[in-house]
Design a protein around this ligand. Structure first.
Ligand SMILES: Nc1nc2c(ncn2[C@@H]2O[C@H](COP(=O)(O)OP(=O)(O)OP(=O)(O)O)[C@@H](O)[C@H]2O)c(=O)[nH]1
Ligand SMILES: [Mg+2]
Length: 331
């Protein structure tokens, strides 16, 4: 199951109480106050890890608390601190409060953020000794640890996203361009979760491409899978629009391209400012010739890359185009 947004409750540990104690020993008649301080409560810490892919664990367990500090003891013993709780998240997780204000954005492996601080331990009576009060009976209670409800949202960190209508050939293309092996089939909505694939270039650059589930007209109104997965294209460097010019589906690929642009702009029009590549797929089909010609004519302002993901035609050229955009981000 691919879970990319959850609501969880977290609580930091409470501080331990200070202690009231007086030294009582056989040959020490005037043993003084020796109550120790309480220990600090544990913090709530989030850590990003490349070994975790989804927020699924939080779907089953939505409540986390760090340990409380121990109470202080006689003989000036400070209570031990409550252990911190370390919660592991997939890279690309954003943490929001209930008002949807962003608190943290974990984008790198092992990146760590302390979200809630454990409560301070209370002072024991040994700390209240003064010239006027040699035997204080005062102590402090430990402070309560902070508590908060958080929204976690996973936004995959991919360099490029493949967007297209169902059946356009997105999964076939990512399986040819990268090391990904998604399910491929001739029915719509084969892909129900984003797939990531890595392309290794000869100069050792690694580019991550995401295969996003099919987008259809009316997605903004919830049609198909709606906008469910568009959050994953927000952080990409560029988009790869893939349109089916096979001719068999009897669809107008230029119209498909406009549908994709319209739906994305209704989700977040800033995304369309990203560089993009228009791919015409399925040029191996006998019915594709006219369809490709009409497509290029309708999109005369765009430079269209004609490929066949199935027959691996035009894929090397496409990889070069992707690399060019990627390299522009280095400068
Ligand atoms: N002839 C031909 N068929 C292709 C090509 N690319 C994909 N197909 C076929 O088109 C169908 C859909 O391919 P997918 O890669 O699953 O398409 P998708 O865009 O991932 O589809 P969804 O996951 O449903 O959105 C499959 O039957 C593929 O074999 C191509 O270049 N040429
Ligand atoms: Mg697919």
């Amino acid at each position: 199951m691919f879970i990319d947004h959850v609501k969880i409750k977290v609580k930091a540990g409470d501080g331990g109480n200070g202690c009231v104690s007086f030294l009582r020993e056989k040959f020490v008649p005037l043993g003084g106050p020796d109550g120790g301080d309480g220990g600090k409560g544990g913090d709530v810490i989030f850590i990003a890890s490349k070994d975790v892919m989804t927020l699924m664990d939080f779907h089953y367990n939505a409540s986390y608390r760090a340990r409380s500090g121990h109470h202080g003891q006689g003989k000036n013993k400070t209570g031990s601190g409550g252990g911190d709780i370390e919660i592991i998240l997939p890279i690309g997780t954003q943490i929001y409060d209930v008002q949807k204000h962003i608190i943290a954005d974990l984008t790198k492996d092992r990146e760590k953020v302390v979200i809630l601080k454990g409560g301070q331990g209370g002072r024991g009576n040994a700390r209240f000794v003064s010239s006027t009060n040699r035997a204080p009976r005062q102590k402090e209670l430990g402070r309560a640890g902070e508590e908060q409800t958080l929204h976690l949202e996973l936004k995959l960190i991919a360099d490029f996203a493949l967007v297209g209508l169902p059946n356009a050939g997105k999964s076939t293309l990512i399986s040819v361009l990268s090391d990904a092996h998604p399910k491929i089939a001739s029915y719509p909505f084969t892909t129900l979760n984003p797939n990531l694939g890595v392309v290794e270039y000869t100069d050792f650059d690694r580019i991550i491409i995401a295969d996003i589930p099919g987008l259809i007209e009316g997605a903004h109104d919830g049609a198909g899978l709606g906008f469910e997965f568009l959050r994953h294209i927000e952080r990409t460097k560029g988009l790869i629009f893939i349109c089916d010019v096979g001719g068999e589906s009897k669809r107008d690929p230029a119209q498909d391209f406009h549908v994709l642009q319209k739906e994305i702009s209704l989700y977040n029009d800033q995304i369309l400012r990203k560089p993009y590549i228009v791919v015409a797929n399925k040029i191996d089909m006998t019915t594709s010739e006219k369809c490709l010609k009409d497509f290029k004519k309708s999109l005369s302002n765009e430079s269209v890359m004609a490929v066949s993901a199935k027959e691996k035609i035009g894929c090397d050229e496409l990889l070069c185009e992707i690399k060019k955009i990627f390299d522009n981000f280095k400068e």
